[in-house]
Design a protein around this ligand. Structure first.
Ligand SMILES: C[S@@+](CC[C@H](N)C(=O)[O-])C[C@H]1O[C@@H](n2cnc3c(N)ncnc32)[C@H](O)[C@@H]1O
Length: 214
């Protein structure tokens, strides 16, 4: 599932086309936005991984980590089992220090604002010392456009690419987090050495953040 250099070059050049048409599934020899973010995040995972807010089919753990981890979500999306569905994401059903990495892919904004610190504190608790947290978040303008585009796409084509519409957004959820908010919340949860890396093939409009439990 890892992308070759040739594929990355094609993805870079075709980003505007992909941004409006390829949301979850690869097509025409090009990567979807989902495959791409999973690929960037997988490169940072250091071992057994918890993917919080995994979405349809627990794809990240199954397809990008060869099953080496657990995916959890509060909504029973297609392809999730009972084990994956955790209605209260402020409390993870796992023992302390049981994972090497914890990921929040395109979703910390979907934790209601008052619950975000609690979820990051849970990530800290379940990580082993020396483990890392990886989260992705687009630039605010990107997130606003993407949420609008997928909503319109589903309306016009009768598809279900917008996971948020299927679940229904709750009070306190937002369309994006600013970099300041991400850094402040990660620091409050105890994460150190936080770095930011752009998704080059998305022209830097999406990024990931990595922090460490020292
Ligand atoms: C845009 S989707 C991203 C799904 C998947 N991580 C991906 O990258 O394709 C946002 C996800 O956040 C999940 N979510 C909802 N509430 C959440 C919460 N409190 N904490 C973390 N994720 C949450 C949703 O159910 C949904 O699966």
């Amino acid at each position: 599932m890892r992308r070759t250099i040739a594929r990355k070059i094609k993805d870079f050049v075709t980003f505007p086309l992909r941004a409006f048409t390829l949301f979850h599934e690869d097509r025409w020899g090009l990567s979807s936005l989902a495959s791409e973010r999973f690929d960037y995040v997988a490169a940072e995972v250091t071992g057994y991984c918890l993917d919080v807010g995994c979405g349809y089919g627990n794809r990240f753990v199954k397809e990008y980590l060869n099953g080496n981890g657990k995916g959890i979500d509060l909504f029973p999306y297609e392809g999730l089992t009972e084990e994956n569905v955790v209605p209260d994401l402020a409390h993870f059903p796992f023992a302390d220090e049981s994972f090497d990495s914890v990921t929040f892919i395109a979703n910390l904004n979907h934790a209601p604002e008052p619950q975000r610190d609690a979820e990051l504190a849970e990530a800290w608790r379940v990580l082993k010392p020396g483990g890392n947290i990886i989260l992705t978040m687009g630039l605010p303008i990107t997130e606003l456009i993407v949420h609008r585009v997928v909503w319109l796409y589903d309306r016009f084509f009768g598809t279900h690419v917008d996971m948020d519409s299927e679940r229904g957004m709750e009070e306190g959820e937002t369309y994006f987090l600013t970099e300041d908010e991400i850094r402040q919340r990660l620091a409050r949860a105890g994460f150190r050495r936080v770095t930011r890396k752009p998704f080059v093939t998305q022209w830097g409009m999406n990024r990931l953040y990595v922090g460490w439990k020292e």
